[in-house]
Each structure stands twice: as C-alpha cells, then as structure tokens.
Design a protein around this ligand. Structure first.
Ligand code: GLU
Ligand code: MG
Length: 444
C-alpha cells in the first residue's frame, strides 16, 4: 500500500500531502508533509500535540487531563484514503487516525471510535452504509448571500453554475460520485449529495466533500458556509444523514415487504434506539451553539422526538424507496444533524443508539403522519413526542447522563469532547443571536 501511494504521488506530480483529521469541535485540521518525507510519514505519521483534542472551535484551549502542553500523538495516515486534490496545485491528502507514539489508536481519536462502532455492528452481522447531505450557503465578499433566488429555482442554478460545475468536476476527480444538486430554500443556499459508503469511508468522504465545497466557492471569489445557521433570517444548513444496514449476504436489513412501509422489525428497532437516545445523540450530531439556532419546529430540521414516513418534521424519516428497487433502496434519514458535527462522531453515535434498539428489541411506537408541531400538546405528551433540546448545554447534559454513548466513546474522547463543546457554549453565553451566527459562519 505504501508503495502504491508513493507511486501515485510521484506520478501525479504531488509536492505536498495533507494529513487531515476532524476534531472534537467539528473543525477539519491537518498538517502537510513534503513528498521527500512521505515514505517515512506513512510509516510513523506526523507528530501533533496532545492538546489539539482539547481545542474548541474558537481555538480556545481547554484544560483536559492528559491534554496539556506536554506530549504528542501521531497523525497516522490510512493509505487507502490517498487522493490528489484537484483544487490545490501539486497537493494530495490522506485521512488519518490519531495514534499513540506506539501506533495504537489514541483514546480520543474520533475515526478509531467509528471503526469500533463498525466492528460492533459487524459482530452483529451488519454493515451500515451512510451518506451525509450537504446544505451550504454561498456568500459574497461583503458577507451577503450570493443570490436571492427561490427554492429549487433555475435562477439559483444559474447564479451558482460555475461554482457547482467545479465542485462536481472536483468530486469526480477524487472518486466521489455526486448524486444530486439543487438550490435550496435560503438565499445563497445550495445542496449536494454524494453516493453512500460504509461508515468510515462515508465519514472520510464527508471530510473531503466539505473541503471541496469550500475550495469551489473560494475559486470563484466567494466563501461557503456549512454552518448550521449562517443567517438568522434564512433557512438553516442541515447535514441530514442517510443510513441503511446490510446483512453479510448483501440484503438490506431495513427492508421487509410484508410489513407496513416495507420497514423490517430490525428497522423499527433501530429507529426506536435512536429515539431512545435522541437528546444525547444530538450532542454529537447538532453539536454547536449555532446548531440550536437552526433546530426548531417548522424549519424542516425537526423539533419533536418522533418518526414517520417521508415526514420532514420528524427526526427520523423513513425515506421512500425507489419503486424499481424497493428492497435495495429503503433507508432512514436523520434530520437533526448538521455540518458543525464531526462526521465520525455523528455517524458513530447514531449507530450506537440504533444498535441498542436492536439488542433490546425496542419499539418506536406509531409513525407520525402529520407535522408534530400541529398535534395537540396533550396528544404529544401522551405519545412521548417530547420537544428536542433547545440548547447545546441541554444536549450535553443528556450526553453526560447517557452511559451507553459515554462507554462507546470511551473516557478520553468523552471527557475531551464534553469539555470542548461545553466551553463553546460558555464562550457564547453572553453573545447576541446575531453575533453567535456571525462567529460560526466561517468556522464550518
Ligand atoms: N434546510 C433544512 C434543514 O435545516 C432542510 C430542508 C430540507 O432539505 O428538507 O434541515
Ligand atoms: Mg435539503
């Protein structure tokens, strides 16, 4: 593998290779090596201070035991992720695990956490596939949305066509198959989706997609914001997660044609697990202060704990399968997720919660067929359709109480994650809503 990476790096005239990871604050960070040292770096990685997993999204370092100024971890590249970056001259990238000096997965490594979760699923005979939708805002140098066009309007396509053309070309060049594109509801808001992949590959790909969206905007003198709510008077940016489970003999485990909605008993249990752990899961899928400016009833981001077929106000939507391949295409869409999340942590949290539902044989109750915000309050409470957390601190409180998720994360990741995200909430406590949106606009 090392040899083939070296060969393609040389063949493609690469000079610099970025070693990329995503941190507890959901920020994509990395270091780069010159090609002359690549072979050695593929073996031993690049050193990084242990403090970086104690750094929040505003670059404020938090006090976390074992993550002070002394000590190093290694950014250990996964050679199978090598990709030449079509938007950066003579530059390639590798996704990395955060490892100890001995080359073992470090306790606070998000990518290693997701690998453990994928293994847990494999032990139960399941392989998950996922894809994260990307809503983003194109913003001009004077901080205004690129276009004031209508939802799905061709005028919006026209306004952004040069950016979108580069974006699609660059995704293809990286071997990422794009699926759909359209202008979304908010001014300057656009959306792309890409093909699904097994969990770790889906998260790796998500990092590359985020990077490519930002690069495409930059190439046209614009900036892209993937923040959950860059402008308070406009619709937010979601990062809806689509997920399906597959058996070892290649069947979609969420499909059962004899059941209502074609949803298997296992699919129902998986949904029930997600709903059971939902407030804590949100701490990892809608993990920034800005997330809670987006997450509200009647914003199609979901506001109440429930599920339903093609219900865009439900946290879990059973997406209609394609009629030519019902058994192959049924999947669940999880809406309270955004792109301020670390994709390794978000996907891992969702699967940990869902697997718990399968193990315990939980039942999600009846699907909700209307907007839950329109349901009489008495009916909502009778059916356990509770409001979602209204702030990051509320979601973090739920995570602190959720032993299943804490155990899955492990002490180093859980402690550093909670410290980092708590500190972001504290840093925003006295800021106006406008200032909060502004502070997050270009972090993500
Ligand atoms: N922009 C909405 C959100 O924040 C989603 C709109 C949609 O794609 O249904 O999640
Ligand atoms: Mg959308």
């Amino acid at each position: 593998m090392t040899a083939s990476v070296m060969a393609s790096a040389h063949a493609s005239g690469v000079r610099l290779i970025r070693f990329l990871y995503c941190d507890n604050g959901g920020v994509v960070r990395g270091k780069a090596t010159h090609i002359s040292a690549l072979e050695a770096r593929l073996r031993s990685g690049i050193g990084l201070t242990v403090a970086m997993q104690a750094m929040n999204a505003f670059d404020q370092l938090q006090r976390v035991e074992g993550m002070g100024p002394v000590g190093e971890i290694r950014l250990m590249p996964d050679p199978s992720t090598f990709v030449v970056l079509p938007y950066a001259p003579h530059t390639a990238a590798l996704l990395v695990d955060l490892c100890t000096q001995e080359g073992e997965p470090w306790g606070a490594c998000p990518r290693s956490f997701l690998k453990r979760v994928a293994q847990q699923a494999a032990d139960m005979g399941l392989m998950f596939r996922a894809s994260i939708e990307n809503e983003f805002s194109l913003i001009t140098p004077v901080d205004a949305p690129l276009d004031p066009t209508l939802c799905f309007s061709t005028a919006g396509m026209l306004a952004a066509q040069a950016v979108i053309d580069d974006l699609f070309a660059w995704l293809e060049a990286q071997g990422i198959i794009p699926e759909q594109y359209y202008p979304e509801l908010a001014h300057g808001q656009h959306e792309i989706s890409v093909q699904h992949a097994p969990l770790v590959a889906a998260a790796d790909r998500q990092i590359l997609v985020r990077e490519t969206i930002r690069a495409a905007a930059h190439a046209h003198g614009l900036r892209a914001s993937l923040a959950p709510k860059p402008f308070l008077d406009q619709a937010g940016n979601g990062g809806h997660i689509h997920i399906s489970a597959w058996t070892t003999d290649g069947r979609n485990a969420f499909w059962d044609g004899s059941q209502p909605l074609g949803l298997s008993a296992m699919g129902r249990q998986f949904i029930a697990g997600i709903l059971e752990h939902l407030p804590a899961v949100l701490a990892l899928t809608t993990p920034s202060v800005n997330s809670y400016q987006r997450l509200q009833p009647n914003a199609w981001s979901s506001g109440f704990r429930c599920w339903g077929p093609d219900n865009r106000e439900a946290p879990v939507r059973v997406a209609s399968p394609y009629r030519h391949d019902l058994a192959g295409t049924i999947n669940l869409e999880f809406k309270p997720a955004d792109l301020s999340s670390n994709p390794y942590l978000a996907l891992g949290a969702l699967v940990v919660a869902g697997l718990d539902g399968i193990r315990r044989g939980l039942d999600p109750g009846e699907p909700v067929m209307i907007n839950p915000a329109d349901m009489p309050e008495a009916e909502r409470s009778a059916r356990g359709i509770t409001p979602l957390p209204r702030s990051l601190d509320e979601a973090l409180d739920a995570l602190e109480r959720d032993q299943l998720l804490l155990d899955a994360l492990g002490p180093a990741l859980a402690t550093s994650y909670l410290a980092v995200r708590r500190s972001e909430a504290a840093a925003c406590a006295d800021l106006s809503p406008e200032e909060i949106a502004r502070r997050h606009r270009f972090i993500y």
